[in-house]
Design a protein around this ligand. Structure first.
Ligand code: PLP
Length: 376
């Protein structure tokens, strides 16, 4: 039995998505910028996809730009805004994905912005009073905080923070890669200036994503060399993947409630079985709390010899999950998120992340395997 419990890393493509993409790999091959009928067919598919995604997000097609994924969308929002608007200060958290952290650090190293990282506690909550103080000092700050953490599953009150940042006159970017297609967003109500999506996290193809701008937010081009994406991103569009992403997003939003209920059931069962079977087991961040992402459970295993080989043992028994330790020595760099929340490096941590394609049988099988490994 092969069991895939690494859905925060990537998800299996939905067969309906693959089917929707096929004609754009075979018959419809025109360059979307060509004026003839082949080109017009492709252009129309791209604009249909844009319309579909933006309607599901409660925004206008003109606010949605296709990118090569979440990393590029984060880079575009951060770099284009900070450079073009000459932002003096960026505020973020040490628990952000590297797509955000390393981009901000690079701008800081280049002398283009001052960078301040918020204090975080053991549960992965950041210090909101510190954010207010720093915003008061420099109201025109660029604040970047993710909606849900990809390792520990914490959900952050980004809309509350966006409201404060906007009131003070700053910019607010949220890395929403883990929540797009998994939670609903209504950009008509949202104050967040930039949200991002990545299709491979919601059963779409890899290498395609989007950046959605709040109405009236303007940033300059990010990739030069063509007039695609209304001069924001030069380069021939990834036609079949754009079509696939729109299909995947529509399916995710339409079936969200049913899938959420199913996945929540899996996560709760996993938690219940390992708590009952492994004395001393714990959870990192808020991942075991009901207000965390229903897709992620980050387990902290008791100190044991099994710990070191845990991911390997899971893998040879057919279970794929993600590791992350707080250790920072030797060749294993470890997880900056677990280090950031001060997790005990002697305990093995494994992130289990679930999708609609997982079954209760898979979860029970994995929990039984973990209990066996820890009973030795
Ligand atoms: N941000 C978060 C929170 C993620 O989990 C990921 C993917 O691992 C990314 C950004 C990067 O997205 P992509 O793989 O589409 O570049």
């Amino acid at each position: 039995m092969k069991i895939y419990l690494d859905n925060a890393a990537t998800t299996k493509i939905d067969s309906r998505v693959a089917e929707a993409m096929m004609p754009y790999l075979t018959e419809h091959f025109g360059n979307p910028s060509s004026l003839h009928s082949f080109g017009r067919d492709s252009r129309s598919a791209i604009e249909k996809a844009r319309k579909k995604i933006s309607a599901l997000l409660g925004t206008q097609p003109a606010n949605l730009f296709f990118t090569s994924g979440g990393t590029e969308a984060d880079n575009q929002a951060i770099i284009s805004t900070i450079v073009a608007h000459k932002i003096p200060r960026a505020i973020s958290s040490p628990l952000e994905h590297h797509a955000v952290l390393q981009t901000l650090e690079q701008l800081h190293k280049n002398g283009q912005v001052e960078l301040k990282l918020l204090e975080v506690d053991k549960q992965g909550n950041f210090n909101q009073a510190q954010l207010s103080n720093w915003m008061e000092e420099v109201p025109q700050s660029f604040v970047s905080l993710m909606q849900a953490n990809n390792e520990i599953g914490n959900i952050y009150p980004v809309e509350e923070i966006a409201a404060e940042v906007k009131d003070r006159g700053g910019f607010f970017h949220s890395d929403t890669v883990q929540t797009t297609g998994r939670l609903r967003h209504d950009l008509a109500q949202w104050k967040t200036d930039f949200m991002v999506g990545s299709a491979h996290k919601f059963h779409g193809p890899k290498g395609i994503g989007f950046l959605a701008l709040r109405q009236d937010v303007k940033i300059p081009a990010y990739i030069y060399g063509g007039s695609q994406e209304r001069n924001m991103r030069g380069g021939t569009e990834n036609l079949m993947s754009i079509v696939g992403m729109a299909e995947a997003f529509e399916i995710s939003i339409t079936e969200l409630d049913t899938n959420r209920k199913h996945i929540e059931g899996l996560k709760n069962r996993m938690k219940e079985l390992i708590v009952a079977g492994i004395p001393g087991v714990g959870f990192n961040g808020r991942s075991a709390e009901s207000d965390s992402m229903y897709t992620i459970l980050n387990v902290s295993f008791p100190e044991s010899e099994s710990g070191e080989m845990l991911l390997f043992n899971l893998d040879i028994n057919g279970v794929a999950a993600s590791g992350g330790s707080a250790c920072s020595s030797g060749s294993e760099i470890g997880s900056h998120v677990l280090r950031g929340i001060g997790a005990n490096p002697a305990r093995a941590s494994v992130r289990f992340s679930f999708s609609k394609f997982n079954t209760m049988e898979e979860v029970e099988h994995t929990a039984a395997l973990l209990c066996r490994l820890y009973s030795k």
